[in-house]
Write a protein that binds this ligand. Sequence first.
Ligand code: PMP
Length: 387
Amino acid sequence: MNTRPIYLDHQATTPLDENVLEAMLPFLTSEYGNPSSPHARGRTAARAIHTARRQVADLIAAESEPEIVFTSGATEANHLAILGAALAIRPSGGHIVTTAIEHRSVLAACRRLVDHHGYTLSHVDVDAYGLVHAADVAAALTPDTVLVSVMHANNEIGTIQRLTTIAGITAPRGVVLHTDAAQSAGCGLLDVAELGVDLASLSAHKLHGPQGIGALYVRGGTRITALQTGGGQEHGLRAGTPNVPAIVGFGAAAHLITTDAVPPPTRTRALRDRLQSRLLAALPGATVNGHPHRRLQGNLSLTLPGIEAQDLLDRLPGIAATTGSACSTGSGEPSHVLRAIGLTPDQARATVRLSISRTTTETDIDQAADLISRAARTLRPALADSA
Ligand code: PMP
């Protein structure tokens, strides 16, 4: 019998694909060369990085490999994008625009520009679905604006932004557009040319690659300065000996997606929809957060009025899920994303995030729906009568 909890926390991290592990293993064992070394082992490592760079470029339809800069993850990519691009354009006194629902790493990087570089910062609000409106971005721009950062897909409510429309506002004004695409890159949704973004942050562990590796896409010609200097690696934009096994794993994970070697996002969507309809039927009063259609296929953010989400999860040892995003749980504060879409603090605290991926099975979904419904009814017995 499987005693491990049903894993419904894929927006926090995804399990490593076994093909990815296989691709990485030689670089954790026999192929230990430093890619900067001028001998056979070094050249093998350098070639492997070159391949991975191409594979990641293909995942997001980047034009050329040098547009991919490997980092330790999306947190670092967000910092490199926001601080690196803003400071390259204007060392102090500029203005940046971001949104009310960004990941904390984006908000923190923006904050740094304010606290240490004399920048001003505007936060654009979102509507009740979590959508940013291009007109609001346009209204926030000033003659000093150097950069706009709008996430592609939200990590709590899954809403996918209309970046192309926002690029229509920033590009003609010469304002750099950055997107945190950590959540969407694995869904076949990210085409940087189509979206019109200049910078995009990626993370391998959200797409069945290893943790601790990510990348920043830097459109050719975008001005950007390194935050970490030294050995000149990554075209001078991120010094430090590259994490070769992780980079190889990132490339392999991207390749599985671009070559359709893994179940398609439509399968994940069907499973998510099944979980959603079963829970909505069993728990009257429950509501779904995020946009009804423009939403990540694996995301289900549910508000269960009258129930403390943490109490619910405490009663569900058989399910691995979170109340908000994994990064902000533990802070004790109701999620800033849920608050931004208009939920009250009580509603925010009554919200669970269930996130699924290609490794989720129909049995997982049916068992999870039963377990969650039963636990919710013990916390709010009235549900048992009305269901
Ligand atoms: N941005 C978003 C939208 C995320 O979901 C995450 C991961 N929680 C990050 C950034 C940070 O990514 P990483 O763990 O690779 O630093």
